[in-house]
Design a protein around this ligand. Structure first.
Ligand SMILES: Cc1cc2nc3c(=O)[nH]c(=O)nc-3n(C[C@H](O)[C@H](O)[C@H](O)COP(=O)(O)OP(=O)(O)OC[C@H]3O[C@@H](n4cnc5c(N)ncnc54)[C@H](O)[C@@H]3O)c2cc1C
Length: 360
């Protein structure tokens, strides 16, 4: 896997060693036939009753509840965790004490590296495996495995797209320079400012802390404006339901309207059941959560960015050009608004057009 100029990893083939067996194309999730038309699946709003779990999870903490049950039954969990340099990589966890590493959304593309192969070895040995990730990663795992395993459980998190690891790296290096220290911990979803008004929180080794609301933080603004997503995310084929995973988790953002009694601004998950195994996983944690069934379209409207591909920001290429020049992430933010002179010119042109239309 090699990064392109935007920092996204792509597979490369060493042509001199290639025997043209076509095996790589056969396991490529981009070559899979996926359901295109959306259909409804059983849906629930849910949150963990344990407030510590909820506090350290992005939405309602349902991932942690399910993962804990699998661990108690002798299984292992694969999911996204920070590396020592705060890049994001899939890792395997075999104990409750280590589960915290997988907890919480990391808004960067996670490198799956050798985890598909390691999961296959464990599955063949009869071990119970819960593999988690975004929808395309679960589809990729299933294509790689070629066959179903009764001991494999899969879970995806709703995703509208993954931002560039290179922009994340540039952001972190700006933060370290500004705060004069290396990073100790990162939370993309700090809830002390509320679940809906969540913040980016970075703790530094010199004791300093950065905490900024998601609509003010530079990285979160670039991410949420869809200006630094992987190009394939703009034509994502993995968003329809039922998905390749057994169960899908996401944020129940509209919960205050749909089921106000399930909203205390501490995080509520939307849980979508794609298979019998998915229903089994949810049943396993029944005693540790508050959970209510609701129609899928009400909990996750068809217009949600996690149900249909999002359009790229019109200035996407300008952003990556600025990144290539080594611009700071704060400077990259100005790309969102455009050049002031051009904005003025655009406003002038619009005025002239309006005037011309009126006189015509
Ligand atoms: C890139 C990305 C985009 C998202 N976009 C949306 C969205 O548009 N709408 C929405 O409702 N929800 C979105 N989510 C999901 C949401 O943020 C929560 O992850 C989800 O609600 C589960 O929360 P939880 O409290 O149950 O568990 P948490 O403990 O918060 O989540 C842990 C789970 O997330 C997985 N995970 C964390 N980071 C990554 C990553 N980079 N790649 C793959 N898997 C990861 C872990 O492997 C683990 O399974 C997104 C998540 C990611 C990672």
């Amino acid at each position: 896997m090699k990064p392109d100029a935007e920092g996204f990893l792509y597979p490369t083939v060493q042509l001199s060693a290639c025997v043209h067996c076509n095996a790589c194309n056969q396991v490529c999730p981009m070559e899979l036939k996926m359901p295109q038309s959306a259909s409804n699946v059983p849906a629930f709003a849910a949150y963990a009753t344990d407030s510590d779990i909820r506090q350290s999870s992005s939405s309602g903490g349902i991932f942690s509840l399910i993962a804990q049950r699998i661990l108690e039954q002798g299984g292992v969990i694969f999911g996204a965790a920070f590396d020592a340099d705060f890049s994001v990589r899939h890792q395997m966890v075999a104990s409750t004490e280590s589960l915290n590493a997988l907890r919480g959304s990391k808004y960067v593309q996670s490198r799956t590296e050798d985890t598909f192969r390691n999961a296959e070895i464990l599955l063949k040995s009869g071990k119970m495996v819960l593999f988690t990730g975004v929808a395309c990663q679960i589809a990729g795992l299933k294509a790689f495995l070629h066959r179903d395993y009764p001991n494999l459980y899969t879970m995806d998190v709703l995703c509208h797209g993954v931002p560039s690891p290179a922009i994340w790296k540039a952001y972190l290096s700006d933060q370290c320079r500004i705060h004069g220290s290396s990073v100790k911990s990162v939370s993309f979803r700090e809830k002390s400012t509320g679940w809906k008004q969540f913040s980016m929180k970075i703790s530094f080794k010199n004791g300093k802390t950065y905490c900024q609301s998601h609509d003010e933080d530079a990285f979160m603004r670039l991410f949420l404006e869809n200006i630094c997503l992987r190009p394939a995310c703009h034509s994502c084929r993995f968003k329809a339901f039922p998905r390749a995973s057994d169960l899908t988790l996401g944020d129940a953002w509209g919960i205050d309207d749909v089921l106000p009694e399930m909203d205390d601004d501490f995080g509520t998950s939307v849980v979508l059941i794609n298979s019998e195994k998915g229903q089994w996983m949810l049943d396993q944690v029944e005693a540790c959560m508050v959970c209510k069934p609701e129609s899928m379209d009400r909990l996750l409207p068809e217009t949600a960015d996690s149900r249909r591909p999002v359009s790229p920001h019109p200035r996407r290429s300008l952003l990556f050009r600025a990144a290539k020049r080594g611009a700071t992430v704060k400077k990259m933010l100005s790309v969102l608004k455009g050049n002031p002179a051009r904005r003025l010119l655009g406003a002038g042109m619009r005025l002239i057009q309006q005037h011309t239309n009126r006189t015509l």
